[in-house]
Design a protein around this ligand. Structure first.
Ligand code: EPU
Length: 432
């Protein structure tokens, strides 16, 4: 397993080009199942989760390829197996995004239930109840959701008990080819949901209200292939801005709509950072140590849970204390123990972490436990004195494209170590 080694304490400065968003690209790829003709995708990031989704589509019989300009082409006209096997779903929960589209197109689907997850239980009940409300018959058999419909899915009014991002996306895709009108209430308003709605409209869908809590979809008979673009990864962008701030440098991120970062930028500005924005760029710097500020994660436009761990790293060396409340996932504090190993002063109390800022963190061997937790450890390592080794970095490869390269270009001392066969045979590593 690869590790990342960082020599901390260097201010990072410069400009980073933001990649396409993983969480937008995944539903867009799943939407290809609905298209009567090839889809062409721009700005698909090169990430492990994206490869998993492409493998999933190819497994179903789709023709998936990438051209020399990095555009991805997906033609699902040859797809014949409406399934998502456990082997793929267990490595990426977002595989469940194919359920709605498969059911809408084939009238039946068999998709593995994802099982446990490092950050919380993350059930799929609202996806399934929504599809049932649209006329699907659903049962769980040997770990798989087996769904079928007699004829087409039927439009329905669905009120989500909790805001769910992929639940909204799954049902929006299913509804695009259903009979009649579907209303999704208490729907997710994330920019990735809007990117999906825009792409479905380009394919011929009739969708209104995306970006608000109530989305109305009138089913159409067919959807065509289209050429669509993935939006910028707002979580990646904010992570690089945080890298500049935590090291006392100045980072600019480009090719990103600053409006998507409002909640994050408001909090760092409150902490004392200077924030400049242009049409498609953002720059952050701080002339003094940041002040502790409180955050509470919530669905968009609130503070994103996917930035909670990175913000906590910033607060570890802020002056004063901050309370970080996590309201979306019940177990998204796995980074706390690791940050403490670097000297951070954090007390956990239920869904809140109280961080008492210290002057400096000290480098240490730490372990990545999930994608965003890994990003917070990278940030902490960049700011810490001495060397930090982060193991299990496969988590970070799920969501950050070329992270070492991008950070090195900003002046970081960071390298990836891939164990040689000799190292793997050494007793200390073989038992880990
Ligand atoms: N939930 C239910 N039942 C459901 C669906 C969700 O109880 O049927 C609960 C979840 O357990 C959670 C809350 O609702 O407590 C919100 O979860 P949501 O469904 O919105 O999460 P998701 O769609 O599975 C997406 C992102 C996550 C991101 C969350 C929240 C993708 C592929 N994943 O997950 O991204 O944290 O929304 O914004 O879009 C990441 O990129 O690191 C990541 C985990």
């Amino acid at each position: 397993m690869d590790s990342i080694i960082i020599q901390g304490g260097r201010p990072l400065s410069g400009t980073v080009e933001v990649s396409g968003a993983k969480n937008a690209a995944l539903p867009l790829l799943a939407a290809g199942i609905l298209a009567d003709g090839p889809m062409i995708y721009h700005r698909i990031p090169h990430l492990r989760d994206i490869t998993t989704m492409m493998t999933l589509l190819a497994n179903q019989g789709a023709d998936v390829s990438m051209d020399d300009k990095g555009r991805v082409r997906v033609d699902t006209s040859t797809s014949h197996l409406p399934e998502a096997p456990y082997e793929l779903v267990k490595t990426m929960r977002a595989s469940a995004l194919v359920l709605g589209p498969l059911l809408a197109r084939f009238g039946h689907a068999r998709v593995s239930l994802p099982g446990g997850c490092a950050i919380g239980a993350r059930p799929m009940d609202m996806h399934l109840k929504g599809l049932e409300a649209m006329g699907a018959e659903i049962r769980v058999e040997q770990g798989y959701v087996v769904a079928k419909t007699k004829g087409k899915l039927q439009g329905a009014r669905i009120v989500f008990g909790t805001v769910t991002v992929t639940g909204t996306e799954n049902l929006m895709m299913a509804a695009a080819l259903a009979d009649g009108e579907t209303i999704l209430e208490n729907a997710a308003r994330e920019p990735e949901v809007v990117n999906l709605a825009d792409s479905l409209r380009q394919m011929g869908a009739d969708i209104k209200g995306d970006g608000s809590g109530c989305i109305c979809i009138r089913g159409v008979d067919r959807l065509n292939g289209a050429e669509v673009s993935v939006i910028a990864d707002r979580i990646e962008a904010a992570t690089y801005l945080a890298a500049g701030l935590i090291t006392g440098g100045e980072v600019t991120v480009k090719h990103v709509d600053p409006g998507m970062l409002d909640a994050f930028l408001a909090r760092v500005a409150e902490a004392g950072a200077s924030v400049e924005t242009g049409e498609s760029w953002v720059r952050c710097s701080a002339s003094e140590r940041l002040q502790g500020v409180n955050i509470r994660t919530s669905p968009h436009p609130g503070f994103p849970t996917d930035l909670q761990a990175q913000f906590m790293a910033l607060m570890c060396i802020a002056s004063g204390s901050s309370v970080i409340s996590e309201t979306i996932f019940e177990n998204r504090f796995m980074h706390v123990q690791e940050l403490r190993r670097m000297g951070a002063n954090i007390v956990l109390n239920g869904n809140a972490a109280v961080v008492d800022g210290i002057e400096t963190l000290s480098g240490a061997p730490v372990m990545a436990t999930d994608l965003r937790a890994s990003a917070s450890l990278v940030l902490a390592g960049l700011a810490a004195t001495g060397e930090t080794t982060i193991s299990r970095v496969y988590h970070i490869d799920r969501g950050y494209e070329r992270i070492e390269e991008k950070l090195r270009a900003l002046g970081a001392s960071i390298e990836r170590i891939t164990p040689t066969p000799e190292l793997l045979r050494s007793p200390s590593l073989a038992t880990s």
